[in-house]
Write a protein that binds this ligand. Sequence first.
Ligand SMILES: NC(=O)c1ccc[n+]([C@@H]2O[C@H](COP(=O)([O-])OP(=O)(O)OC[C@H]3O[C@@H](n4cnc5c(N)ncnc54)[C@H](OP(=O)(O)O)[C@@H]3O)[C@@H](O)[C@H]2O)c1
Length: 325
Amino acid sequence: MKAIVITAAGGPEVLQLQEVEDPQIKDDEVLIRIAATALNRADTLQRKGLYPPPKGASPYPGLECSGTVEAVGKNVSRWKMGDQVCALLGGGGYAEKVAVPAAHVLPVPHAVSLKDAAAFPEVACTVWSTVFMMSRLSKGETFLVHGGSSGIGTFAIQIAKYHGVRVFVTAGSEEKLAFCKDLGADVCINYKTEDFVARVKEETGGQGVNVILDCMGASYYSRNLESLSLDGRLFIIGFMGGTSTEVNLAPLLAKRLTVQGAGLRNRSPENKAVIVSEVEKNVWAAIEAGKVKPVVYKSFPLSEAAEAHRLMESSKHIGKILLLP
Ligand SMILES: NC(=O)c1ccc[n+]([C@@H]2O[C@H](COP(=O)([O-])OP(=O)(O)OC[C@H]3O[C@@H](n4cnc5c(N)ncnc54)[C@H](OP(=O)(O)O)[C@@H]3O)[C@@H](O)[C@H]2O)c1
């Protein structure tokens, strides 16, 4: 098969389409012929040599895909050849085929095309496991997501609105904020021209928000603590603003705050299976009802993976970028 190989650590030009060995399935896995894969920020880190694949994972990038089941392992009962599916991957999405544990596979929702379904597994599993399963965001609460126009953000806005939450977002341009508003965001903050802490306080009568989903890390840590309400929960999923900082811990005690962080890719297969199952139970109905839609900015042929990475690193995109083998 053909796959995108990271030929050396470096810029987008190191991504090369090459002929490689087909993946072999284990007894509990299915083989998917890929219709589409979607980019994630982590792929750019893997390309730079900063995010190596976990032990046993495919060496090729790509954390999610959609496609058609081409073969099933002997212990797999749920899926059969010809099923249209999407899947959470430990790697290997930038290819024509991928082997994946059957428990990490989801049906393509009827409301969504086979290709667009590739936009869901990583964002749905990340946001559901962090914001809902671990930070327990619930109806009537307030929620701030940084990078509202990102792949993660565009999904988080929609699923939080579906669950009756008041949604705050930050983004870096008026165009991106207008898009977030159309998706349902209630309070849209331009982080380049406004102080998000002051705006959050103003919009919540001085109380702060209940939950924050953060992709910045160090650069927003203090301001995130300041923006939380009593019993507030901060969930960190990215370090675009660095990993080290000096911080005043006083708000943790004064406001009984919870700070958590997690990466999805390095969870155990069993743990990922629980998340995938919870996503199917709690998110798929919202997609079927048309309340959560895939937000696809642009699709590229797989051979143009380098161009797709350049687009992601420019941050001009809104939502997800797809690659089509
Ligand atoms: N832990 C996990 O399991 C996990 C899983 C998936 C993703 N993630 C993380 O989640 C983040 C989003 O991922 P993605 O794939 O959706 O990436 P993406 O679409 O490339 O989004 C990155 C976003 O960050 C925004 N941004 C940059 N600086 C910002 C700032 N100072 N304040 C607020 N927003 C800022 C960018 O837009 P503007 O600056 O123009 O607003 C852009 O929308 C990444 O950090 C990624 O590593 C973590």
